[in-house]
Write a protein that binds this ligand. Structure first.
Ligand code: S3P
Length: 428
């Protein structure tokens, strides 16, 4: 589908954000390996978390849906059935990598498949530690889906210093570790999102300047009532949109505020966005707040590369903000963006160039020479079927001087099915 985006006059209103994608996946996976019933409120209807539910159903987990409430009868660590058909992870890296940790740990013979984008993303990062743990896992050319998982004789605990800041890799290894008698210890020096250790109450201790997280068969996996907060990664599109529109005022209710996810707030604050946080509270084990954003006189920033893992999914829309900021902005240490649903560094460089921005693409980042007078040129934006490319282009398009088109616009449903409707609702 091609979505036409007209220049918006004013963006204003209150939004209920889509439920957090990362937390939805984890709630469903962890509820499945608990031994009693869990209830998940506000489960995401987006395509990726729905892929996780379908895979779990394929493994014999009983799942009842009632609107956005999902009831899962946990079948315990050893209760999975051998699926009759391949488990389809769709476009979802989190589904494939976390489920591989559980299925390989449990030694369930199964095949994990994905769409074209997911099948071209390397899985070597999870295959290596899983093989070290004694799991059986084969992949196309040693690194790509389909992943074929086999039965084995028990999981060996390993000491695993994370070679990259990746919550998917960290979670995969810790989840496989839950099936080993001896503890698996994961050492993290650059902190990525911590939903897995938080929701599973895994033992975590400081370790030098980093932390060490342990998992083993001895860890109880509690059945829980989960309440999924609004997705901060979705909020980021509106925080930036509000900053770059005169007279904007956008209120985002119930936004997930996990400190390991919200570095984009720190970055936007430093750029001068002045976002208001109110009603701080906890939803289950995750902090939430309401955010109010409005127009800002943005200034360029050299983004601290230590923050990159905590705003990895927000970097594309932060790049959009940087185009409207006075002076130069620099992002470094972000090579991981090249391994997402598409090569997001190359893709954003193309999108920003189409909009007429002054940018220079680097191997691990980008330099953006912004201006508060920047007016994006209307364009036909490609998306590479990547939801975040579509939404970042839409914000640019809404602020541009003429009518733009966004290709394959339906891909926003991967994380944010209501995105186009929300854009329309805010446009007054
Ligand atoms: C996710 C972790 C991140 C992120 C992805 C979701 C998760 O990937 O980009 O959208 O839920 O664990 P990496 O951990 O591979 O960086």
């Amino acid at each position: 589908m091609i979505q036409t985006v007209e220049p918006a006059k004013k963006l204003a209103g209150k939004l209920e954000l889509p439920p957090d994608k990362s937390i939805s996946h984890r709630a469903a996976l962890f509820a499945s390996i608990a031994s009693e019933k869990s209830i998940i409120r506000n489960y995401s209807s987006a395509a990726d978390p729905q892929s996780t539910l379908e895979c779990l159903a394929g493994l014999g987990v009983s799942i009842k849906k009632n609107g956005s409430t999902v009831e899962i009868d946990g079948i315990g660590r050893d209760g999975f059935n051998t699926p009759r058909a391949p488990l389809n992870c769709g476009n979802s890296g989190t589904t494939m990598r976390l489920l591989a940790g559980i299925a390989a740990g449990a030694g369930i013979e199964c095949e994990l498949i994905g769409d074209e984008s997911l099948s071209s993303r390397t899985m070597k990062r999870i295959i290596d530690p899983l093989a070290q743990m004694g799991c059986r896992i084969d992949a196309d050319r040693g690194e790509y889906a389909p992943l074929k998982i086999g039965a084995h004789r028990g999981v060996k605990g390993i000491l695993f210093p994370l070679p990259i800041a990746s919550a998917q890799l960290k979670s995969c290894v810790l989840l496989a570790g839950l099936f080993g008698d001896d503890p698996t210890e994961v050492i993290e020096q650059k902190f990525s999102r911590d939903h897995t250790e938080r929701l599973l109450d895994l033992k975590t201790e400081p370790y030098g300047t980093g932390k060490i997280i342990r998992s083993s068969r001895g860890d109880k996996i509690p059945a829980q009532n989960y309440a999924v907060p609004g997705d901060f990664s979705a909020a980021a599109f509106w925080l930036v949109a509000a900053a770059i529109f005169d007279d904007a005022s956008i209120e985002l209710k119930n936004t997930g505020m996990n400190p390991s996810r919200i570095a984009a707030l720190t970055v936007l604050d430093e750029m001068g966005a002045g976002i208001i946080r109110k009603n701080h509270r906890d939803e289950g084990k995750e902090p939430v707040a309401d955010l109010v954003a409005g127009p800002a006189e943005l200034k360029g920033i050299e983004l601290d590369s230590a923050l990159v893992p905590n705003c990895i999914d927000e970097l594309p829309i932060l790049m959009v903000a940087m185009c409207f900021a006075d002076g130069q902005s620099i992002i470094t240490g972000a090579e991981e963006l090249r391994h997402k649903e598409t090569d997001r560094l190359a893709a954003m460089a193309e999108i920003l160039t189409l909009a007429g921005a002054d940018i220079e693409l680097k191997q691990d980042g980008i330099i953006i020479n912004g201006s508060r007078d920047f007016i994006p040129k209307p364009a036909a934006y490609p998306t590479w079927h990547d939801h975040r490319m579509a939404m970042a282009s839409a914000v640019l398009a809404a602020r541009s001087s003429g009518v733009s088109k966004i290709k394959d616009a339906e891909c926003t449903a991967i994380s944010y099915p209501e995105f186009w409707q929300h854009l329309q609702e805010l446009n007054q």
